[in-house]
Design a binder for this molecule. Sequence first.
Ligand code: SF4
Length: 101
Amino acid sequence: MSNRREFIVQVSLGGGALLAGSAFAQGTMLSETDKQAVTLGYKADTTKVDKTKFPKHTVDQKCSNCVLYQGKASDKAGGCGAFPGKQVAGNGWCSAWAKKA
Ligand code: SF4
């Protein structure tokens, strides 16, 4: 009986921690003015990328088809290996872009 109660308590605590964990994992949206974002030329809209600075960039290159993107291709935003703890826009781009195989 007491084991069962303990089990329920653990499950509910664990569930709460899981929820909190996933909210944390999502992170905050990366700002274009973030220091690292500026360094990598990140734009939340791939069509706004500076053509002069990044002549090899094309508008079909975006976070959602980048190998470092942790979201699904259809997600509006997702994590990125280049910006730990932040969310980048699926339609964004930065100079670390590399085509997802
Ligand atoms: Fe987007 Fe890829 Fe740059 Fe991350 S590394 S911001 S997913 S283009």
